[in-house]
Design a protein around this ligand. Structure first.
Ligand SMILES: Cc1cc2ncn([C@H]3O[C@H](COP(=O)(O)O)[C@@H](O)[C@H]3O)c2cc1C
Ligand SMILES: O=C(O)c1cccnc1
Length: 355
């Protein structure tokens, strides 16, 4: 593998000439001007990413990054930390929500252990988990940095490696990000607050469903972690290492990898978008390859989309993660590819354009 820096610096913005060409082509379709709205925007984005007027997104893959969080000992989640492993078991038996939803859209699910607190040998042997663990859960960010800078960088490289695997083994043409890890809404809200300047109290939500007392505690824990560690918003690796998580680094890597290899990437909920903020901070060209999957119920999520200048495709009241919203958004992206591939122009269809 190359160094992280070489991936980050080589990410190019979308080709302007292809953007224009796709735009002009879509304007010839036998429909009132741009009347398929956002679907046309996505069709244009797909064409510019793949540099063709016939983009294909047939081979789809959800890359789900899993990790644990030392900060769970502060009582920030409704669940005990062992639920991460129980959910890995459920995913391995294909009984999780992402299995059900990814199946409907014919997407593969790749589960990557980037920082789960225990060894997952049985699942690795079964072939249901990819063992790229950087650490056995992060350290408690209320007491010090969650990770070292080196661990944070390694977690990002795991995400890039996962994209390479999806390309090499599954010929992936469209990737969605997913997360799993009890406690991960806490680092996600911390990253959100640090990177967007929003107050912790305004962007911290109930995650798995905590009550008011726990929510107040969660806010205090995040405030304390930021005060103690002083993450530098201009240094995304510093933010990720001090108040982030292994799977958030992994997701940032998936997004960087997709941008590097020119693959459209659908970003899921709060945790995935925390990864997107890190990726964007490392190279703002990454946003050209992102598609905002959905709007989570978590109160801070929209601030993230706003700071990336993206509009979420779906608003379904989801607050789950795993890549569930992104998987459903794959239907819309497939629709966009179908439009640019199959809708005829006014001329080809023999339809008279309006004045
Ligand atoms: C059964 C179950 C399945 C999940 N799948 C995703 N999450 C999501 O919820 C957790 C984050 O919320 P918090 O920060 O409050 O712990 C993560 O595991 C995330 O992936 C789940 C949570 C549970 C309980
Ligand atoms: O939006 C998300 O990704 C989310 C929200 C709550 C719990 N887990 C994930």
């Amino acid at each position: 593998m190359n160094s992280l820096l070489s991936y980050v610096t080589d990410i190019e913005p979308l080709d302007v000439a292809w953007k224009e060409r796709a735009h002009e082509y879509l304007e010839t379709l036998a429909i009132p001007h741009w009347s398929l709205g956002v679907v046309m925007d996505i069709a244009k984005q797909l064409a510019a990413i793949q540099k063709t007027l016939k983009p294909t997104v047939e081979n789809k893959c959800v890359i789900l990054m899993a990790g644990d969080h030392g900060v769970v000992e502060e009582g920030v989640s409704a669940c005990k930390k062992e639920v991460t492993i129980e959910m890995i078991d459920n995913l391995s038996h294909r009984g999780a929500s992402i299995n059900a939803l990814a199946d409907t859209v014919h997407a593969d699910v790749m589960v990557v252990d980037v920082g789960v607190a225990v060894d997952l040998d049985d699942y690795v042997k079964q072939g249901t988990v990819i063992p790229w663990k950087i650490g056995y859960g992060t350290r408690n960010m209320k007491k010090g940095p969650a990770m070292t800078r080196e661990e944070a960088e390694k977690s990002i490289l795991v995400g890039i490696k996962a994209v390479e695997k999806a390309i090499n083994e599954k010929s992936a043409q469209l990737i969605a990000t997913g997360d799993l890890g009890i406690g991960n809404t806490t680092p996600s809200s911390a990253i959100l607050s640090v990177m967007t300047g929003q107050k912790v109290a305004d962007v911290t939500g109930r995650g798995t469903g905590i009550d008011d007392k726990r929510l107040n505690n969660k806010i205090k824990v995040i405030e304390k972690a930021i005060e103690l560690n002083k993450p530098d918003p201009n240094d995304p690796i510093d933010v990720l290492s001090k108040v982030g998580g292994y799977e958030i680094g992994g997701i940032a890597g998936v997004i960087l990898g997709c941008a590097y290899y020119k693959i459209p990437v659908i970003v899921d909920g709060l945790i995935s978008t925390a990864g997107a903020l890190i990726a964007y901070g490392l190279n703002c060209n990454t946003v050209d390859y992102m598609i905002a999957g959905h709007k989570s119920q978590e109160p801070g999520h929209n601030y993230m989309w706003k700071s990336l200048n993206l509009k979420p495709l779906l608003d379904l009241g989801f607050r789950l993660g795993e890549g569930t919203g992104a998987a459903l958004a794959m239907y819309i992206v497939e629709g966009a590819a179908a439009v640019i591939n199959n809708v005829l122009s006014y001329e080809a269809a023999g339809v008279t354009p309006g004045a």
